[in-house]
Design a protein around this ligand. Structure first.
Ligand code: PLP
Length: 392
């Protein structure tokens, strides 16, 4: 009941879409009136394999038949956790072999920041303006949108914000800096790609002053940009990778990945430096393993780039000023936030789910499941073009 939803469930905004979900399959979501929506959002980049992918379903079922929660994270050897950690280490750069599984992206950011403080003995964290790293206090402290943060101050001290892509701001990274934390591709800001070897220059500056580089791969990671990790597109290797969203194939997950010798610092002096009850839950870990197995043993990643080109070739319209992003992390930019909202709402009426980006009101989010068919891409883009013609 929509009225119960507004009465009993805490709201995140005054205007949720409030579509009442019946079920979802592949690239489609169905509401309780049996209207179907072609999903160009994929749970905000989380449903990498679409809805209810068979591999994930089977892995969950098989694990459910064995055991669910048995112990807090890190005490028992639970095969699904171990297998997922090994699989993540295998797809990560050499030496980044120790994986800490968490419940969410924000918690993984928290762990990464704590690890950087512990490893360097410093506390200053440098992040980018307009960044988004999650909504817990620590993750919010390194998210760079003042109007979101202001009502919750004081947040953690020692944070400093630089302009993303500005090489002349890199001298703010000094021997006092514990870590620089950046999204490899800025999401909420409008799918802003790093340019002019920006990430390489940040890496060099970090190396010069002994600071760590944390790359937030929560949105671009797990194949969404055509490579397993977004940073593989930019010839740079971080000290700590942070993952989430698409890693779970629709289940809640996060992870941070670092060198084993660094990660060991969380288990001693003090021991229990980062702990979680449910992080790495065996059912979720089984889903994660099934997801990355599918992504790394199929042509999904190369197909992602081909599908990007298909979308770019279809979405040509004078109302679309530019298409930002990479792979299937795309944003069509229109003239005003008001117009973007009109397009999103009209597409919804016509059975196409689009969404907003957090801080770029002019964007139409296009982050479909990586498994979307060409036919559905053509269908969705046709609806967008029809709506643009209608509203222009
Ligand atoms: N970092 C980035 C780049 C994200 O896009 C998100 C989620 O939108 C997060 C962190 C936070 O992840 P979660 O919502 O799982 O806590």
């Amino acid at each position: 009941m929509p009225s119960d939803f507004f009465t009993y469930q805490a709201q995140t905004s005054p205007h949720p879409l409030a579509i009442e979900i019946s079920h979802a399959e592949g690239s489609y979501i169905y509401d309780t009136a049996n209207k179907k929506y072609l999903d160009f959002v994929a749970g905000v980049s989380a449903n990498s394999l679409g809805h209810n992918p068979i591999e994930v379903k089977q892995a969950i079922q098989a694990q459910l038949d064995k055991y669910t929660h048995v112990m807090v994270y890190g005490e028992f050897i639970q095969q699904p956790q171990l297998d997922l950690c090994k699989a993540l280490a295998k797809v990560s750069p050499r030496n980044l072999d120790a994986v800490y599984l968490t419940n969410s992206g924000a918690e993984a950011i928290e762990g990464a920041i704590k690890l950087a403080k512990r490893a360097t003995g410093r506390y200053e964290i440098i992040a980018a303006k307009n960044s988004y790293h999650g909504n817990t206090q620590g993750a919010m402290s390194v998210s760079g949108v003042e109007h979101q943060n202001n009502a919750f101050r004081p947040l953690i001290p020692g944070t400093c914000f630089i302009e993303f892509n500005a090489l002349d701001a890199l001298d703010k990274i000094t021997s006092k800096t514990a870590a620089v934390v950046l999204e490899t591709i800025q999401g909420g800001a409008g799918f802003i790609l790093p340019k002019n070897d920006y990430l390489k220059r940040v890496r060099e500056r970090c190396d010069a002053v002994g600071a760590l580089l944390i790359l937030d791969e929560i949105q671009p990671g797990i194949g969404r940009t055509g490579k397993f990790w977004g940073f593989e597109n930019y010839d740079v290797i971080p000290d700590i990778i942070v993952a989430g969203k698409g890693l779970g194939g629709g289940m809640p997950i996060g992870a941070f990945i670092a060198r084993p010798v660094m990660m060991q610092l969380l288990s001693n002096y003090p021991k229990l430096g980062h702990i979680t009850t449910f992080g790495g839950h065996p059912v979720i870990a089984a889903a994660g393993l099934a997801t990355i197995t599918k992504i790394t043993t199929s042509n999904i990643q190369s197909e992602t780039l081909r599908k990007e080109q298909l979308i770019r070739s279809l979405l040509v319209h004078h109302a679309i000023l530019e298409i930002r992003g990479k792979g299937l992390m795309l944003a069509a930019i229109v003239a005003t936030p008001e117009f973007a909202t009109k397009v999103i709402m009209r597409c919804l009426e016509k059975g196409l789910l689009l969404f907003w980006l957090l801080f770029e009101g002019r964007a139409l989010r296009i982050t479909p499941p990586l498994t979307i068919s060409d036919e559905d891409i053509v269908l969705g883009c046709t609806i967008i073009l029809e709506v643009l013609n209608e509203l222009n």
